[in-house]
Design a protein around this ligand. Structure first.
Ligand SMILES: [Zn+2]
Length: 357
């Protein structure tokens, strides 16, 4: 069969007899429901899949996964904290396949408006009773929302679908610029690597690897922020970001940084810079002929006594820093530390940074 993620040919790896089939049907039944599976593996993206054996309607009364153990809860609390940091704004949050609303409950601590989509009527009603705004439907292109979302979550959803990339791409369309999406799936890579036979079932037809998650995200035009084994190793999690439509060039960014710096320095000011490391040559090249830098301060003893393009590199002392009206920070990575060092040296002049916000 064709790999549902990258489209290459997946090879039949194994015929496996007696996997749990249609998990919901086992409850209150006198018989176990088992089915033989064919396991296909894609060597191009490391994705494993089994042919679909379950009809879509099955999920209209689905309630698996509605109980969260402590380990899953902790993992998801950590996810939410990270999402709030990565999101462009903490305003609109959408959970696709929200179940009874556990993830929305975590989201509402950080986000102003939280929404859910859930095909199971029982779960959707349960979430509505808790006060959440839920669309009881499968997620599809026809669903209408007032506006885009800052964060969208797909928690334990994609492993059930024949075309996970299709839903992922559709969800990405609803994200605002720089909006963030999280995907959490069972750790297919671990299941395959360790041959965790007890994790195979017909409810799960996609077994993702780190690579197949990345391929899916890239095909949808998303930036991958991070893919990893979650705090609970039974889960894989991926954070992606929707790129802004119009992006400035490196040259544009440099030009606007230069214009800003020049506008902040008075013509008669005596100017020094702090930092004689890797970024300094870039900044000196940019400022050359526009801003006269007289000294370069650096905390690294091995650089003292040397110079860059005739500008001496010296140890920062109270006397030397005091001679300048303006000090530009070249060492972006150590900005806070340098600011506090300058304060300790009694510096009261202007401190400018070249770092973008
Ligand atoms: Zn593949």
């Amino acid at each position: 069969m064709k790999c549902s993620i990258c489209g290459r040919e997946s090879a039949l790896e194994e015929k496996y007899a007696g996997a749990p089939h249609s998990l919901m049907s086992v409850y209150n039944s006198d018989h176990l429901n088992l089915r033989d599976l064919e396991i296909y593996y894609c060597s191009a993206c490391g994705h494993t899949q089994i042919p679909a054996h379950i009809s879509e309607e099955y999920y209209e009364d689905y309630s698996m996964g509605s109980f969260w153990g402590a380990s899953f809860k902790k993992t998801r609390e950590q996810q939410m904290e990270r999402l709030a940091t990565l999101a462009p704004k903490c305003e609109r949050f959408l959970d696709i396949g929200c179940g009874v609303g556990h993830y929305l409950e975590l989201a509402k601590k950080y986000f102003d408006e939280v929404y859910g989509v859930e095909p199971s009527i029982t779960s959707a009603n349960n979430a509505r009773e808790k006060g959440y705004s839920i669309i009881n439907d499968y997620f599809h292109a026809g669903l209408k929302f007032e506006s885009g979302f800052d964060v969208i979550s797909l928690i334990e959803v994609l492993e059930h679908l024949e075309q996970p990339g299709g839903m992922f791409t559709q969800a990405a369309k609803l994200l605002n610029e720089n909006g963030v999406m999280i995907v959490e799936v069972p750790n297919g890579q671990r299941i395959i690597e360790k041959r965790l036979y007890y994790n195979l079932c017909t409810d799960h037809i996609q077994y993702f690897s780190v690579t197949s998650l990345v391929v899916m995200a890239q095909r949808a035009g998303m930036y991958v922020v991070c893919v990893q084994e979650a705090a609970d190793p039974n889960l894989l999690e991926m954070y992606v970001k929707k790129p802004a439509k119009s992006r400035s060039t490196f040259s544009d960014k440099r030009q606007s940084a230069l214009a800003r710096i020049i506008s902040q320095i008075s013509p008669k000011a005596k100017v020094a810079a702090w930092g004689a490391g890797a970024e300094s040559a870039c900044f000196l090249g940019m400022l050359e002929g526009k801003v006269q830098i007289e000294l370069l301060f650096d905390s690294d003893k091995s650089k003292h006594g040397h110079h860059i393009a005739t500008i001496p590199i010296v140890k920062p002392t109270e006397e030397d820093v005091g001679r300048f009206d303006t000090i530009i920070l070249f060492a972006n990575a150590h900005k806070r530390q340098i600011q506090s060092q300058l304060q300790q040296l009694g510096y009261t002049g202007e401190i400018l940074t070249l770092e973008d916000s």
